[in-house]
Design a protein. Structure first.
Ligand code: WQD
Length: 340
């Protein structure tokens, strides 16, 4: 049974990926510093798969602790690296926190991965690397544009660090998965998104409004050049996204990669506006959502949705769930954690 390290494995996407790895028979070791997650997620994972992952509470900036960890886990066959700070607004206020946390820890991780028997690395990247792309849908060849935030910049620089390290070390095989907008929760409603404080992202804000935790949703802008004036994004079910990580890892473990650094867009290929997401929520919850239009949010782009051809034909993965399915799982999760 191959052992896989998942950094940030108690986070939203990380925890769903751990479940899918265990479902595929991998032994999973999680490192998480619990700065944006809780140890209760470990119980959620275990209650789904009936296999408790090894968990080490570790700050990846603590070099001595990381060195000690790899001494006792030298048989790791692959690393899926989620651990990073990911709040766009916070990154604008505190860029050095983001450059230190997201880039230094990536560099340490790569150094240790290079010292393993097998050096297989999956990197959590983001469609933010494209900025506002010129054409839709967005392909992997779309030009990388100046990042809209330090958070987005750490994803761009992160990919460059990995690309250069792969070029200098043929033994390192890496895939960067460029996520579009992950939403939803595991169908068991035992794990899901746990935003701390006021949610920055649309879907958790919608479900918290639906649950009565928030007065009303502010729709940031109704004057964009889109059908209904609201921004368009590619909302992908988090379980579909998790499965993409397992398939990407297996591609490397089985030496199916074409080059030793590959990038894939991971989205549904379908663009949905903010109003369409609201209507999907109203359909699944059979209740109307309280929302009002507000000024545009600084840094938002008009439209982003994926060209999924490469992921479908080269990676051999495609999203199975619709926006409706994802919203249904998000609402069920919200009701579960609020005991509604
Ligand atoms: C989606 C749309 C908002 C909240 C960000 C990061 C990306 C990834 C996902 C980390 C936009 C609108 C939102 C609200 C709203 N994060 N909105 N009212 O900005 O596309 O992507 O989160 O990996 O890297 O950039 O996602 O959910 O914040 O916004 O109207 O209360 O919903 O304006 O059009 P975004 P989002």
């Amino acid at each position: 049974m191959k052992k896989i390290l998942v950094t940030g494995g108690l986070g939203f996407i990380g925890s769903h990926t751990v479940v899918e790895l265990q479902n595929e028979g991998f032994e999973v070791v999680i490192i998480d510093d619990l700065s944006n997650s809780s140890e209760s997620v470990l119980e959620g994972i275990t209650s789904i798969t009936h296999k408790k992952p090894i968990f080490e509470k570790l700050d990846l900036k603590n070099k001595a602790a990381v060195a000690h960890f790899f001494k006792s886990h030298s048989d790791i066959s692959g690393v899926i690296h989620f651990a990073a700070s990911k709040a766009v607004g916070e990154s604008v206020e505190n860029p050095l926190l983001y450059y230190e946390n997201n880039l230094n820890t990536l560099i340490y991780m790569l150094k240790y991965v290079l010292g393993l028997q097998e050096s297989n690395f999956i990197f959590s990247s983001s469609c933010t690397v494209y900025g506002q792309a010129d054409t839709m849908p967005i392909t992997e060849n779309a030009p990388v544009k100046p990042a809209e935030s330090p958070y987005g910049n750490t994803k761009q620089i992160g990919e460059e660090i990995i690309r250069d390290t792969c070029k200098a070390n043929q033994k390192l095989k890496a895939i960067a998965l460029r996520y579009f907008n992950p939403i939803g929760a595991h169908p068991s409603a035992k794990i899901g998104e746990l935003p701390i404080g006021v949610p920055q992202n649309l879907v958790p804000y919608i479900t918290q409004t639906g649950a009565g935790l928030r007065e009303s949703l502010s729709v940031f802008g109704d004057d964009y050049p889109t059908n209904d004036g609201t921004c368009i994004r590619d909302y992908i079910h988090v379980v579909d996204l998790a499965k993409a990580h397992v398939i990407a890892l297996q591609r490397l473990l089985n030496n199916k990669n074409d080059t030793n650094f590959e990038t894939f867009n991971v989205g549904t290929g379908v663009g949905s506006s903010v109003l369409e997401v609201i209507h999907a929520f109203e359909n699944v919850s059979s209740q109307s959502l309280n929302y009002k239009f507000a000024p545009r949010r600084e840094g938002d782009i008009t439209s982003a949705y994926a060209d999924t051809e490469k992921a479908n034909s080269v990676l051999g993965w495609e999203a199975k769930s619709s926006l409706h399915d994802a919203m249904d799982s998000a609402w069920k999760w919200e009701q579960k954690i609020r005991n509604l």
